[in-house]
Design a protein around this ligand. Sequence first.
Ligand code: 6PG
Length: 243
Amino acid sequence: MEAEIVILPDADALARVAAEHFAGLAREAVKSRKRFTAVLSGGSTPGGLFRLLAEEPYRTQIPWAQVHLFWADERCVPPDDPGSNYYLTHETLIEHIPIPPENVHRMQGELEPKAAAKLYELALQDFFCGPRPRFDLVLLGMGEDGHTASLFPGSPLLAETERLAAPAQASYQDRPAQRVTLTLPALNSARQILFLVAGSAKARIVQAVMEGPAGRLPAQYIQPTAGQLTWLLDAEAASLLKG
Ligand code: 6PG
């Protein structure tokens, strides 16, 4: 299926459209499958979305008791460290919504990365009762180098076909280098994958991912095998697109 590209005026509009998407999918999934499984990312972009979801009307509209939150990646720091992806989500969303604690499936960034990855894989297989998860929604961001989750350019993880989660190491800006990430088999089996990308610093890489040669940048490897891929871009991030 072709990726859908939606261009919005600014980061606020992007967060609003993402919140509508999240709430709509949550209600639909709970109606048909009695639960909604969503994978969240870190970085600065999803903060606006998380804050909106914690406010009305979404706080009441979303059936939080049936929502299960997972993570695309985690930095190897304790859960109360400001560099932790879980911490960002906790501060902006989790502590403001009526979600049962057992529905929050965080990666254990405080553990040794290989052990944390293995434990996450086992937890996913247990939760989904099978070898592969099928998330209802995966929310991803993209770095200025084309990385997504903690799948970085040139990483051997881009060829991973078995493991669901793996340790990763990469320096990017001032963020912790040791990480745990979901792999392509775990991410690409989702029903819906939504990229959120905003700001002029991303314009060049957005253009390279969409209009450059295929198969080079990690974000280009995000191709749901039986699902829908949508890119939400703000006007600045989309400014170099020709098509
Ligand atoms: C992380 C993320 C990572 C992020 C991108 C984009 O833990 O760092 O999950 O993949 O989504 O780096 O980050 P920004 O939204 O800050 O640009």
